[in-house]
Design a protein around this ligand. Structure first.
Ligand SMILES: Nc1ncnc2c1ncn2[C@@H]1O[C@H](COP(=O)(O)OP(=O)(O)OP(=O)(O)O)[C@@H](O)[C@H]1O
Ligand SMILES: [Mg+2]
Length: 289
């Protein structure tokens, strides 16, 4: 029964900040258990506000939210935070302990009582997230990318069933992004529901199956990521930039090159170029002979 119910239901949710800014307008959506979803949209579209309604940090004035069929209004932030883990856009808003070790220990204390198991688990998490060498440092002294990794660790270590990442790839180098992608794969295998807020079009295009596109507090589009991101009219209307691969394909078509419409990844584009170059070399060769 629980399996059939959407993991998250939002029903006509609306939220206005105390200063009068209307941030969410009539948001309705369903997210299934184990889904991997992106939320995209221009600055100020309401993405961060939306996810904060899921763990109760923000309580909408109108509409209802259900997680596992249970109304969020009947739950405290502490109860909701056990189910919904959010790694915030800015790690400084999330890290408050005096040391990296203490940050992880504090996070785990909420779920582990036994002192010995707690220490063991802290060490395990520090190792897994490559944080051991910084364990005695203040989180404030870490680099931006390291802080982000610590924020990730402090949320994921509690094993919430819904994982939300606000701009996870921003400011991450190649290793950081790869580490994050591998982490996502593991969490997906553990049947977690994963929501990623991102401006990284190429990342979405490659990895995220479904995208919710927000604009001005509303849902402007919701569907398979590649359909959403290739919809020129929708992308222009919501001030987003088409993926580079789609821009390249359009330019090549405009130049008169017959690019197959099903080409949508870098690899396919490279294969296409190799095919046309090899055939033109062969043609030249034949002419010479
Ligand atoms: N604490 C706040 N008080 C008042 N208004 C706020 C507050 N936080 C956000 N807003 C406003 O609510 C709207 C939605 O903001 P939100 O942070 O949800 O946008 P976002 O889509 O996450 O944008 P970004 O891509 O820049 O992170 C914006 O107009 C923003 O100025
Ligand atoms: Mg935001």
């Amino acid at each position: 029964m629980l399996e059939q119910l959407p993991h998250i239901i939002m029903n006509h949710v609306e939220y206005t900040y105390p200063n009068g800014t209307i941030a969410l307008k009539d948001i309705s959506l369903n997210i299934s258990r184990g889904e991997f979803i992106g939320i995209m949209g221009s600055n100020g579209a309401g993405k961060s506000t939306l996810v904060k309604t899921l763990n109760g940090l923000i309580r909408p004035q109108n509409g209802l939210i259900f997680i596992n069929g249970e109304n969020n209004n009947s739950k405290t932030i502490a109860e909701l935070s056990k189910k919904v883990g959010i790694v915030f856009q800015n790690p400084d808003h999330q890290l408050f302990s005096n040391s990296v070790r203490e940050e992880i220990r504090f996070s785990l204390k909420a779920i582990i009582d036994d002192k010995e198991s707690l220490q063991e688990k802290v060490d395990e998490v520090l190792d897994k997230f490559y944080l051991k060498e910084f364990e005695n440092r203040s989180p404030l002294t870490l680099s931006g990318g390291q802080k982000k990794r610590l924020a990730l660790a402090s949320v994921i270590c509690r094993d919430p069933e819904i994982l939300i990442f606000d701009e996870p790839t921003l400011g991450q180098d190649r290793n950081g992004v790869e580490f994050f992608i591998n982490l996502l794969k593991k969490e997906q295998n553990n049947h977690k529901t994963i929501i990623i807020i991102t401006h990284n079009i190429e990342f979405s295009y490659e990895f995220i199956p479904r995208t919710i596109l927000m604009f001005d507090g509303k849902i402007a589009g919701d569907g398979p990521t590649r359909e959403i991101l290739q919809n020129k009219e929708l992308m222009e209307r919501t001030s987003l930039i088409l993926p580079q691969i789609i821009q390249l394909r359009t330019s090549l078509l405009e130049m008169g090159l017959k690019v197959p419409l099903n080409i949508s990844t870098q690899e396919e584009m490279i294969d296409f170029f190799i095919t046309i170059f090899t055939s033109s070399i062969n043609d030249n060769h034949m002419e010479e002979n």
